[in-house]
Design a protein around this ligand. Sequence first.
Ligand code: PEP
Length: 251
Amino acid sequence: MMARRPLIAGNWKMNGLKADGEALAKALAAKLKASPPAVDMLVCPPATLVDRVAQAVAGSALAVGGQDCHAEKSGAHTGDVAAVMLKDLGASHVIVGHSERRADHGETSADVRAKAAAAHAAGLVAIICLGETEAERDGGRTLAVVESQFAESLPEGASPDNTVIAYEPVWAIGTGRTPTLAEVAEVHRTIRDLAAKALGKDAAGRLRILYGGSMKPSNAKELLALEDVDGGLIGGASLKVEDFWAIAQSA
Ligand code: PEP
């Protein structure tokens, strides 16, 4: 089996002012320097802090990413941020299609695909999020939803070098609830199979597929031990240095 280096990514969402964001990032960078774990680590602060955090951790192994980007490079899009602007600040990654964007801003998979393409054009790795709602899971539609979101959100030119997939069941985000290990394994295996059809078997074997949704120190080890789980996208628990670090240590 192809070895995939896990990615432990923190999504800070709309949290953090200058001082606490910088302190959190610096503390993580210091830990990474003192005892480098066998994983890649990434933090995605709010857009207001990308510049500051990128500067604070420059030269360390901690990568910095955005939480969203616009599909265009520039123009009349008040309040939006272009992928190339994030790149300009020192970001290497950007999350696209997070369920909070899909729900709060009506983003469709077509929008997500255009954003991911913009991320690639800017030289960023796109972390494409997908996952079912509770009603979809209860209705037995999880795999069908994931399949259509995957097909519709993945842009031309996607590869394991510029794309990461995050499976995030919407009902597990910020709720403390998680699917069973068997359910997570089933969805990740399905995504790997879809990737093999879309990108070829070799590329699919190198693609990182993260799990997200109430991952915390107490459940990270068993989730990260699943064969097709190549890391985590972590919201709440990424805001505490000790918790985020403990998750990285368990990968
Ligand atoms: C997320 O926002 O991507 C997420 C997984 O959040 P939480 O870990 O808080 O459930």
